[in-house]
Design a protein around this ligand. Sequence first.
Ligand code: NAG
Ligand code: NAG
Length: 257
Amino acid sequence: MAIQTLLLLLAATTSTLAAPSPNPPNSTTYPLPPPTVPSGLPSSCTAETLPNPTLFSALTLAPNAVDRFNLLSDNDLVYNFADPCRKFGVAKGLGGNVTRADHATFPALTTQRGSLAIGFLGPCGFNTPHVHPRAAELNLVIEGQLFAQSVTENGARTISHTLKKYEMTVFPMGAVHTEFNPLCTPSVFVASFPDEDPGVGQIAQEYFGLNKEIVTGSAGGEVSIEGKDVDAFRGLIPDNVAKGVDSCLVKCGIAKR
Ligand SMILES: *[C@@H]1O[C@H](CO)[C@@H](O)[C@H](O)[C@H]1NC(C)=O
Ligand SMILES: *[C@@H]1O[C@H](CO)[C@@H](O)[C@H](O)[C@H]1NC(C)=O
């Protein structure tokens, strides 16, 4: 394109942008629209609760613990697990939510070597099978009950138990484990981790995310599971916390979807 044409184009664009608006809006003549609710949050939320990423970087770079703590206001040291306006740090599905405080969602944990999550499980709420790649989990029931199953590695036996209120179990680092609320009333558990960033991997999502041929091959080939079924499964895997399991849903008279 010739340089003259470019300059002409540029001049045209600039003049359009610079054209004065005949009647500049202000808040008196044009009342501000009501605040929009970020999608997926209750209507009482005007904004999503977000951690402060600059604070996290500053805490990470602080030369010592005194300087690090001086970067935190008193409010920075409080984390509300029941905040309904939080999306980052929350796994939410039809059966409830698991809300976590790790060093990304609660920067005050930076260098403190621990983190915590609370699972709010509705009737039959199902925390689907998962692993924490970098930490063991202490799981304490503080309301209701939890049926739990876990298996630590190849050759290890599968462990099952029902935890009642104020009973605790341990899921070793890397163990595949799952919990569901067997009651028709809510259950709540607290999970603590000796790591600021324990991580979580949901087994069904990870496994069915592999190439279709790998999924069918590792499950016994096309005789046992057809490729098209893998596609169908992918679309049907529920978000954690799921509404399950079937026997509980029947007992409590809850519809599946
Ligand atoms: C807003 O606009 C109105 C009418 O044009 C004007 O009277 C008023 O002073 C303006 N208010 C502000 C804050 O600019
Ligand atoms: C998670 O569930 C609890 C209990 O119902 C609720 O108080 C909290 O607001 C929920 N969190 C989110 C982000 O929805």
